[in-house]
Design a protein around this ligand. Structure first.
Ligand code: ASP
Length: 359
């Protein structure tokens, strides 16, 4: 069932109302500002500090994201990321630099825990925007990046458990519930069993930054959807989807089901809505509404016509106004969705605006 006309009208009205009320999000404190997904609290803090010290906004954004890429505890980005269905960790990442209007990206890159550094080199030292797979790996090698094993023991155990549970028509046996490894129990607590069984979920970091002068940059990095097909590329390295920056307007990016974001060019659409004068939060909500309206495949919709997946957007504009919005207010394990932001009032998390409260 598609979203009914009544539901759509309600959704559109909600977008307008939320945008007007400000939806419980904090005060905007002027430039510089960094905004990111909730896993980027330390990242926005560092990016802000770098910009306050006079760093270029992209250097600041990449430095912040590198912290999360280096952290094995974050299983959705960089070192420690959940592997693909073959047990291989493959990264997607991109950067976009407002002042120069340039961008760089890598997809399905293996063996480098900071794919954003490689993406930045693609931007700075080649005539291209996007390098993928073995080509991206070769480019990293000739630029001095080693080939590291990025599969942590926890990620390996989670992958093996997924493999064992995948089907009752293969030779892998499911472990009894009392024999689940503690790492797997922890993972299920964090991400939920349903998402784990159906590998629709993941995580990612997007970070957008605006410096004191109003120069902008954006950066996105991910290990992609859990247990994705080898070679699958999500939205994160796609300029205009996982990230888009226009130095005259603003910067935006997303996390969540990349396929849905690619189909509406989410990052670009948000920036275009901001160009029309929309507040970043309203621009994010309007883009979510576009996704909800244009998703037509039955397998992706609940019986009430709402999308079965999550998408989160983050945006800021040249003036330093910022906002974030999500498809659903709560995650599948019932956690209120938040984003991270840092400005003159410090680094903090705030609740995201949302298109739908419940599934
Ligand atoms: N957007 C990422 C991808 O599709 C995954 C995520 O953010 O959960 O690869």
């Amino acid at each position: 069932m598609r979203l009914s006309r009544r539901e759509l009208l309600r959704t559109t009205a909600a977008v307008a109302a939320l945008a007007q009320t400000g939806q419980a999000q904090g005060k905007e404190g002027g430039r510089p500002v960094a905004i990111s997904s909730a896993n980027g609290l330390r990242a926005v803090e560092l990016a802000l500090r770098r910009m306050q010290e006079g760093a270029d906004p992209l250097d600041a954004a990449v430095a912040g994201v590198n912290l999360v890429e280096d952290d094995p505890a974050d299983m959705t980005v960089g070192y420690g990321g959940v592997p693909n269905e073959e047990g291989v960790v493959q990264f997607d990442a991109c950067v976009m630099h407002g002042p120069s209007g340039r961008a760089g990206a890598v997809a399905a890159l293996e063996g480098v825990k900071n794919p954003t550094k490689v993406a930045k080199l693609v931007m700075e030292t080649t005539d291209h925007v996007l390098l993928v797979g073995p080509g991206a790996r070769h480019f990293a090698t000739v630029n001095g990046f080693g080939n590291e094993n990025l599969l942590t023991e926890k990620a390996r155990k989670v992958w093996l458990f997924w493999k064992q549970n995948l089907s009752d028509k293969d030779k892998w046996l499911e472990p009894e519930p009392d024999r689940y490894p503690p790492e797997v129990k922890e993972f299920i607590e964090q991400f939920g069993w349903d998402d784990f069984r159906r590998p629709q979920s993941g995580g990612t970091i997007h970070l957008s930054a605006v410096d004191t002068r109003g120069d902008l940059a954006g950066c996105t990095s991910t290990s992609g959807l859990f247990f994705k097909m080898p070679g699958r590329v999500g939205d994160s390295p796609i300029i205009g989807a996982g990230c888009f920056t226009d130095n005259e307007v603003g910067s935006a990016g997303g996390t969540g089901r990349g396929e849905a974001n690619i189909l509406v060019s989410g990052g670009h659409l948000i920036v275009e809505f901001m160009r029309q004068g929309k507040h970043p939060r309203e621009a994010c909500l309007m883009t979510l509404e576009r996704i909800a309206r244009t998703t037509r495949e039955k397998r992706l919709l609940f019986a009430n016509g709402r999308p079965k997946f999550d998408i989160s957007f983050y945006a800021l504009d040249k003036a330093g106004r910022y906002g974030s919005a999500v498809m659903y207010a709560f995650s599948t394990i019932g956690k209120r969705r938040q984003f991270a932001v840092a400005d003159a009032s410090g680094a903090r998390k705030e609740d995201c605006a949302f298109l739908f409260e419940r599934r």
